[in-house]
Design a protein around this ligand. Sequence first.
Ligand code: SAM
Length: 279
Amino acid sequence: MSAIDSLPPLREVIATHDLRAKKSLGQNFLLDLNLTAKIARQAGDLSACDVLEIGPGPGGLTRGLLAEGARRVLAVEKDARCLPALAEIADAYPGRLEVINGDALEIDPLAHLTPPIRVAANLPYNVGTELLVRWLTPKQWPPFWQSLTLMFQKEVAQRIVAQPGSKAYGRLAILAQWRAETRIVMDLPPQAFTPAPKVHSAVVHLTALDQPKYNADAAVLSRVVAAAFNQRRKMLRASLKGMAPDIEDRLVAAGITPTQRAEEIPLEGFCALAREVAR
Ligand code: SAM
């Protein structure tokens, strides 16, 4: 295995700093630096971008991002035990790595980063979906990020890219695909991580679109989709009853048969329905 930088191998870093993985923090580390460099490459050309990384841990992906030429990396890590290892990386890449010891849910990245900004992370499973939903539902669009390159449990990755008619299709697919291009760019087996999780993982790449694919009010679309998939087995005329007294007429006006179920409706249909509900 060739070295991507002059720093010690990650197994050594973990032993030196006694970074035994904590389950409560979703710690499954990537120790193969060639693999982390490959993930970093999926994020695109980083040389003119600042990168937000959530949960750097011992810094495998951080090193990948820096070795691949990221202009600057802001790494937000909750576990203070990782800070000395991350400080060594900051020393090896002067002026290019800022580490914040804190909770990613509490940080305002724009206070630290200069656009264009890309996000790359092997996300802690316990906050991964919440962070993604926040990034997909900012007050204003386009968002602060140009792209998101994120490792998830494979099942979550499949929900992001899912198409109508599949079990994985739901709120996450619609939120993501309404305003971003989404694709799975890598699959990883449990053995790629230390310790190995029970499930397979996948990297999803999302590119923010300048404009949503179809016109709709974000809040209304979000309400319609939440109600529709909350009772996904019910016909839409029943699951959406609370949205408007004449919901059947509005469904028809949106080109939807009221006896259809949420799973069958493409993104375009939900956007048409959100426009009818907002009318
Ligand atoms: N990036 C490293 C890698 O690929 O080896 C570690 C990934 S591990 C799946 C997730 C990391 O997120 C851990 O280092 C954990 O301590 C950190 N973490 C967990 N919850 C966090 C939170 N709320 N904010 C910031 N970091 C968090």
